[in-house]
Design a protein around this ligand. Structure first.
Ligand code: ATP
Ligand code: MG
Length: 560
């Protein structure tokens, strides 16, 4: 770690791993894994888990695997696998070796199940799903033993083989482990570890008609990969006894330690793949990568940088207690990065034409202006001054409110990086709509203040002759409720979609340096916010820019 980097907080997982290393556990190895199910795109919550798993491996000289937990073929797809790989890579992490798949262990998982049957610790239950549910008991009541629980090992081996051979209809039989139907922990009441499901699998095709359950698959996959620290979210705390029980029965290469941490919850945001999928499927957004989505793909398209997401994850820390993080912290992280690193440019969203009447040259004047006010290494850009300009409608007021420092009839304002202009005449059409402003410029004010008078306001502008016509998409929060998916009045998260989450400015004009914009380098549009070229909808004849974030937090005031 370099000296300029802040010291990282010693969160409890860092402490556990440090202690394990000091004690010589796992022969001094650290091996973690990120285990997504490929049933949707990754979201900002996953980013927390990715950063945690990969950074623990990185910091302690270990490895982190990427493993697809693919035990539900009906909900999974190759598209999601590719998207997840892209997102992890984009965040700046490199997994250890090849991508792994739980489905790559299906043969071993089957053999381990046979082994459990031979130990008389698993049995084939032919009760209906309803009967199994009814016999499970409740939090206050013990469960009941299934009538199939005491089948002989021989019979179980036979029936399990028949399950695999496709002799049972879907749902007609399951394999369960034999633990304790009276356990206070419902997860330990003879959980199902295999079910019959005739589904084509994206990796194994039609080889299997039985699929192992998550709890059984996960611990064995961890053990086969010789993971040392299996980090997961708190909802798996009650599953840990089962994780440990399964591994204790079997001859596996190691017994990883499961450690739970609190999942990331963000206000004004939904972080559940199922709900995000619903937003996509029902057309509330344009896709998984809609810039309003809290998916990594959406955030990337919106202009979030990998560094900002990683910094955010470091900032929120890792704890054992559930909480809600304010989405303004995420916005702070991206502003902080872009303020330092984004080149500046000018873009006029709602143009009004300004004619400089005392400009007598036939050519535009090229002016050089710093790309960043504090970072000279970003160089300079060229802007052009000339006869016709555009300024933003909101920077002119005929009847200015008190304290208005921008352009007014007869008043002066500085054009950023160029001259002071004065508004001499306001031109309107027959309906009284503003058409253009006739102005004059002071040729003594390039880079210096005018003599004998003060001009306070500075506004952005572009040359009409040189500007690029662009479309600008202004995004706001997708939800206008603090906890859209957990409201007390029984409403659905869909009821809280912000109707103003997208505003399109289709007639905007940008300075010519933006012809070179790329989708992975956001700009600050001066006085407007941070913007990035849209990777999907931009073409050679139409540049589209997405607003990543406003310059300041506008929600803090409005919604208190
Ligand atoms: P979702 O509830 O959105 O469907 P999931 O937990 O089912 O998420 P997985 O693909 O199983 O999604 O998650 C992969 C890993 O990411 C798991 O280890 C999971 O604990 C972790 N994870 C998922 N959501 C969050 C979150 N909000 N905060 C932190 N970690 C998360
Ligand atoms: Mg899951």
């Amino acid at each position: 770690m370099s000296k300029t980097e802040p010291v990282k907080p010693a969160h409890f997982i860092r402490q556990i791993i440090s202690k394990d290393l000091e004690a010589g556990k796992n022969e001094g190895r650290v091996a973690t894994r990120f285990p997504p199910e490929p049933n949707g795109y990754l979201h900002v919550g996953h980013a927390k888990s990715i950063c945690l798993n990969f950074s623990m491996a990185e910091e302690f000289g270990g490895t982190c695997n990427l493993r697809f937990d693919d035990t539900n073929p009906e909900k999974e797809s190759q598209e999601y696998i590719e998207a997840i790989k892209r997102d992890v890579t984009w965040l700046g992490f490199q997994w250890n070796g090849e991508v792994r798949y739980a489905s790559g262990y299906f043969d071993q998982l089957y053999q381990f199940a046979v082994e459990l049957i031979k130990q008389d610790k698993a049995y084939v239950d032919e009760s209906t799903p309803e009967q199994i549910r009814a016999m499970r008991g409740s939090l206050t009541e013990a469960g009941q033993n299934s009538p199939y629980r005491d089948r002989s090992v021989e019979e179980n081996l036979q029936q399990f083989e028949r399950m695999r051979a496709g002799e049972f209809a879907d749902g007609a039989a399951v394999l369960r482990v034999k633990i304790d139907m009276a356990s206070p922990n419902i997860n330990m009441r003879d959980p199902v570890i295999y079910r019959v499901r005739r589904a084509h699998h994206h990796q194994t095709g039609d080889k299997w008609c039985i699929y192992p359950m998550y709890d059984y698959t996960h611990c064995i996959s961890d053990a086969l990969e010789e993971i040392t620290h299996s980090l997961c979210t708190l909802e798996f705390e009650d599953h840990r006894p089962l994780y440990d029980w399964v591994l204790d029965q079997l001859d596996v290469p190691c017994h990883p330690q499961q450690i739970e941490f609190a999942r990331l919850n963000l206000n004004y945001t939904v972080t559940s793949k199922r709900k995000l999928k619903q937003l996509v499927d029902e057309g509330h957004v344009s896709g998984w990568d809609d810039p309003r989505m809290p998916t990594i793909a959406g955030m990337r398209r919106r202009g979030y940088t990998p560094a900002s997401i990683r910094n955010f994850c470091e900032m929120i820390g890792v704890t054992k207690s559930e909480g809600v993080v304010d989405v303004s912290m995420l916005e702070f992280a991206i502003r902080d990065d872009l303020d330092k690193n984004a080149p500046r440019a000018m873009c006029v969203m709602d143009p009004i034409k300004v004619v400089i009447e005392n400009w007598n040259q036939s050519e535009e004047q090229a002016l050089s202006i710093a790309a960043h006010p504090k970072d000279e290494s970003l160089g300079v850009r060229e802007i052009f001054f000339g006869k016709e300009l555009y300024i933003d409608r909101s920077d002119f007021e005929e009847e200015p409110p008190k304290g208005f420092k921008r352009l007014i009839p007869g008043g002066e304002v500085r054009l950023r990086g160029a001259y002071v202009i004065r508004c001499d005449e306001v031109i309107k059409n027959e309906q009284g709509d503003l058409i253009e402003l006739r102005c004059s410029y002071d040729d003594q004010t390039l880079g210096k203040n005018p003599e004998g008078r003060k001009v306070k306001g500075v506004i952005h502008w572009v040359s009409a002759a040189k500007a690029l016509p662009v479309e600008v998409r202004l995004y706001d929060r997708l939800f206008n409720h603090e906890s859209p998916d957990a409201t007390k009045d029984g409403s659905s998260f869909l009821d809280h979609i912000n109707p103003d989450s997208l505003t399109v400015k289709s007639q905007a004009y940008a300075e010519p340096s933006l012809a070179n914009a790329s989708a992975d380098l956001p700009y600050q549009f001066e006085r407007e916010g941070y913007f990035v070229l849209d990777a999907v909808d931009s073409s050679a004849d139409k540049l589209v820019f997405n607003r990543t974030v406003t310059l300041r937090d506008t929600w803090a005031k409005v919604n208190k």
